[in-house]
Ligand binder design. Sequence first.
Ligand code: IPE
Ligand code: IPE
Ligand code: MG
Length: 231
Amino acid sequence: MSECKHVAIIMDGNGRWAKSKGYPRTQGHLVGTDNVRNIAIAANDAGIKALTVYAFSTENWKRSKEEVDYLMKLPFVFFKKFIDELMEKNIKITMIGEMSEIPKDTAKVLQKAIDQTSSNTGMVLNFAMNYGSRNEIVRAVNNILNDVKSGKEINVTEENFNDYLYTNNLPEVDLVIRTSGEQRISNFLLWQIAYSELIFTDVPWPEFTPDKFLECLDNFKNRDRRFGGIK
Ligand code: IPE
Ligand code: IPE
Ligand code: MG
């Protein structure tokens, strides 16, 4: 039985959940944001070392301006409500994704939370924000080319390629959970999930409770991970 160090969640279904209740899509995002706190606390209490949450993809810019603007305001809401509790729990905030394309005030509030929690030694709560895996891989290749141009001698290996990814400081992704029924990856951590276990649940993100999260961890415990070998 292998330890589950790093869980990555595709938090999907906010819009459909809201629609089913007769609310605007934005209400789903608001309730979904509160739920990041609930699941982060549960994960931290369960001894998970890193929790990556897919908050905004490089493809989500295709949505209406109204929805994108709303999503970009959510970090303000989240950290205003929960930063004290996250500090108490010793949780460290990090971010993966292209920060330079995020509205300046949103980037600022994210950076503030990253700085404020940088000495915390508990679970890493890692926000994938303006994150796309293809973008991450192309960026890594360009950074390698730049290093070579500036005289560095590099023999690219799986290990040092990893160093060029946003996730270079995080443990391997053990488990990916996607809520709300879709069974796809949607440009999330393509390199990193080569041998991750996958769980797809029909529960929409706003209704994905800590108990359901713990059920996923139990399910993971029963998986037989072979990594290509024979047991
Ligand atoms: C996930 O919920 C949140 C983001 C992608 C930002 P969705 O907004 O994708 O909700 P559905 O899939 O439309 O229900
Ligand atoms: C994936 O959900 C992105 C996030 C959860 C942030 P989407 O709702 O954007 O994915 P698709 O469009 O259904 O593949
Ligand atoms: Mg969706």
